[in-house]
Design a binder for this molecule. Structure first.
Ligand SMILES: NC(=O)c1ccc[n+]([C@@H]2O[C@H](COP(=O)([O-])OP(=O)(O)OC[C@H]3O[C@@H](n4cnc5c(N)ncnc54)[C@H](OP(=O)(O)O)[C@@H]3O)[C@@H](O)[C@H]2O)c1
Length: 300
């Protein structure tokens, strides 16, 4: 197993990852645009590289975790132009889009390096706890070599050769998480008008998490069966309840942004006369609506 790694980008996530490597006995070389962030890691025993190029040169594998893909290209430009990328492996954990992953893979491979794309779905505090997962894609042989190293951060989940996969799956999961957190905050601010505390809202929601899990499982079973008949709640019932929530929120002078978005998602189903179906029918409707654009976005 490789027992050395370079980390480029020491924000909240990159610093947590670098700390884990050092604590787990892996020789880590770190680089960050703002040098002050390297100090706590140097105190733990990490080597500090003066430039991004020196960091890439220091070890066979470099992990990059900065804000955006454009910055990754930018910071790797100097090592690429000096030929430092040749023979190295770049594991990019920066969050972005499938297009950005395709583009960066080509650019890195042009420089003679191997490339894995990754997406982190959890908070820095979850890294190394055994509860977190990081999604990876790229050549299987490259992943196999890196896997023991990557396992020091979180469970590495491999999704195939197409580097778009981590960002595609990540972008599919974030709307749920964003909607849930946004919906909670919107609801808690509304409840505040009635002297109901955020904690009361949170505790009731946590009691309902199993119901939410069941709703996800049911929706997938209905989508896979192509049968959205329901003996539970119809899309029309959901829609009318959501509209009533929007009206309640409106009454206290707030804007129900998350709820309104949910109504907008359901409305075309009702307009199509399918309000008696389960809400899972929205999936088929969305896929049919976007069929033409997905045809032009095939896997590369
Ligand atoms: N934090 C999380 O919970 C979490 C979870 C999943 C995924 N992620 C992903 O992980 C990545 C990093 O997130 P983070 O939370 O660590 O962000 P952060 O704390 O804001 O840190 C951003 C990092 O990007 C660097 N950076 C920004 N612009 C740069 C540039 N032009 N050139 C070079 N470096 C630049 C920063 O360097 P300076 O220190 O010099 O500003 C810093 O190292 C993001 O893509 C994020 O979506 C984060």
């Amino acid at each position: 197993m490789q027992n050395a790694v370079s980390l480029l980008g020491l924000g909240r996530m990159g610093s947590a990852l670098a700390r884990l490597f050092v604590e787990r006995g892996c020789a880590a070389t770190v680089w960050n645009r703002t040098a002050a962030k390297t100090v706590p890691l140097a105190e733990l025993g990490a080597r500090v590289a003066p430039t991004a190029g020196a960091a890439v040169q220091a070890n066979p594998t470099s992990i990059v975790c900065v804000d955006r893909y454009a910055q990754v290209k930018n910071l790797l430009s100097e090592p690429k132009s000096r030929g430092v990328l040749a023979g190295r492996t770049i594991v990019n954990l920066t969050w972005g889009t499938p297009e950005e992953a395709w583009d960066l893979r080509s650019w890195v491979v042009e420089g003679g390096a191997q490339y894995l794309d990754g997406a982190i779905l959890d908070y820095p505090s979850e890294m190394g706890t055994g509860r977190s997962v990081i999604l990876y894609a790229g050549e299987r042989a490259v992943f196999d070599v890196c896997e023991p190293l990557l396992s020091l951060m979180a469970e590495p989940r491999y999704g195939g050769a197409d580097p778009a996969w981590p960002n595609a799956l990540g972008s599919a999961v974030v709307p749920f998480l964003g909607g849930a957190v946004g919906g909670f905050l919107e609801g808690a601010a509304y409840a505040h008008e009635f002297q109901v505390s955020p904690r009361d809202v949170m505790e009731l929601l946590i009691d309902r998490i199993d119901v939410c899990r069941r709703a996800l499982v049911d929706a997938v079973e209905q989508i896979e069966a192509g049968d959205h008949a329901t003996e539970q709640a119809s899309a029309k019932t959901f829609f009318e309840a959501a509209q009533a929530v929007c009206a309640s929120v409106d009454e206290v002078g707030h804007q129900g942004l998350v709820m309104s978005a949910f109504c907008e998602l359901l409305e075309p189903l009702l307009v199509a006369g399918k309000g008696d179906l389960a809400v899972s029918a929205v999936y088929d409707q969305l896929c049919a609506r976007y069929q033409s654009s997905s045809d032009s976005c095939s896997v590369r």
